[in-house]
Design a protein around this ligand. Structure first.
Ligand SMILES: Nc1ncnc2c1ncn2[C@@H]1O[C@H](COP(=O)(O)OP(=O)(O)OP(=O)(O)O)[C@@H](O)[C@H]1O
Ligand SMILES: [Mg+2]
Length: 327
């Protein structure tokens, strides 16, 4: 499968008064054409900052991509000019965030908010943009599109608003859609509908997707390939079936064990002991060692590198390295 996005050795740091935070630490992965790659991991492990780095949205007063390449269609997004990046962002790469309400303007009708980027990026006139808007609202599965177009955001439910966000995100026919926890704020039924909508659109348009979620149920349904992040690093990655059937990293296994199953009582639900490490206090070691059931002496002092461990699967863990036994 041809790569659409190829990230090589990406590191994004924040400089705070207390010291540097390595939010994304030497991360490499690829997304093929038409492929859905899910990024999973607990809160604070660097999922959103990875997405923001791709979108060129980290450049704040203290956050910066300090190293790496982000090759989109062969072009390094970190090297191109602001204008070209803006053009790619408006046409080829779109992002949906978790909170639709905060991304929409409360005093502008839904229709106008969908029309605006169509007129700006696709150079459609008003009439064409309106016709496309109605098509898009229907495409994301909302009935009575005309009526919805003349409504304001507060008149719509959360699930409808999230679908409007999807409509806006796909309106320019992006090659890559980045969705950061797109269904976390929704209830389960609506979540399933929104995911189904995304899947249908993906199938019709052969769009690639980077889907960020902490919900392994969503991963199982949507992913072709899975990236597991912990404390800013990838600890395991692989095809969805391989990863679910043969998780290798103790962290991945812990995440899978904490996934609820039907019929299980809440108090029986497993949770990984301990907490993610303080990003300001990371020392040379496996960052997961103090929560790990299978920790070896070497894990306290040396960081394992991501290595091939199966067909397309890679893991960063001393358990799978022979030299660990001689430490
Ligand atoms: N503006 C900022 N200034 C300083 N540190 C930041 C900033 N934004 C993020 N971070 C830090 O970067 C790390 C990664 O954050 P990120 O938002 O990518 O996590 P996440 O995996 O998306 O978590 P969640 O599941 O909660 O959304 C965290 O340690 C976070 O505290
Ligand atoms: Mg996040």
């Amino acid at each position: 499968m041809k790569s659409l996005l190829k990230i090589n050795n990406l590191s994004t740091h924040f400089h705070t008064e207390a010291g540097p935070i390595k939010a994304v630490n030497d991360v490499s992965f690829r997304i093929g054409e038409g492929e859905t790659v899910c990024i999973v991991g607990e809160s604070g492990c660097g999922k959103s900052i990875t997405a923001m780095s791709v979108m060129g949205l980290v450049e704040g007063p203290n956050g910066r991509v300090v190293n790496g390449q982000i090759l989109f269609d062969g072009k390094d997004l970190l090297q191109i000019g602001k204008e070209e990046l803006r053009r790619i962002r408006g046409n080829d790469i779109s992002i949906i965030f978790q909170e639709p309400m905060s991304s929409l303007n409360p005093v502008i009708t839904i229709g106008k908010q969908i029309m605006e980027p169509l007129m700006l990026h696709q150079r459609l006139n008003k009439k064409q943009a309106y016709a496309r808007t109605i098509e898009l609202i229907e495409l994301v599965g909302i009935p009575r599109a005309e009526q919805i177009a003349s409504s304001y955001p507060h008149e719509l439910s959360g699930g409808m608003l999230q679908r409007i966000m999807i409509a806006i995100a796909i309106s320019c026919g992006p090659k890559l859609l980045i969705a950061d926890e797109p269904t976390t704020a929704l209830d389960v039924t609506i979540q399933a509908q929104v995911l189904e909508t995304l899947r249908q659109i993906k199938e019709q348009s052969k769009m690639s997707m980077m889907l960020i979620t902490h919900d392994l149920g969503v991963v199982a349904e949507m992913a072709d390939y899975v990236i597991v992040m912990y404390a800013g690093k990838i600890v395991e990655q692989g095809g969805v079936v391989e990863l679910f059937e043969h998780p290798k990293h103790p962290y991945t296994r812990g995440l899978l064990k904490s996934k609820p199953v039907i019929g299980q009582r809440l108090e029986q639900l497993y949770s990984i002991p301990g907490q993610v490490p303080n990003p300001l206090e990371l020392v040379e070691s496996c960052y997961f060692h103090d929560r790990c059931e299978s920790c070896l002496p070497v894990c306290h002092t040396r960081q394992p590198q991501l290595k091939k461990s199966g067909d397309g699967q890679q893991v960063a863990c001393w358990l799978y390295e022979e030299e660990a036994q001689y430490e």
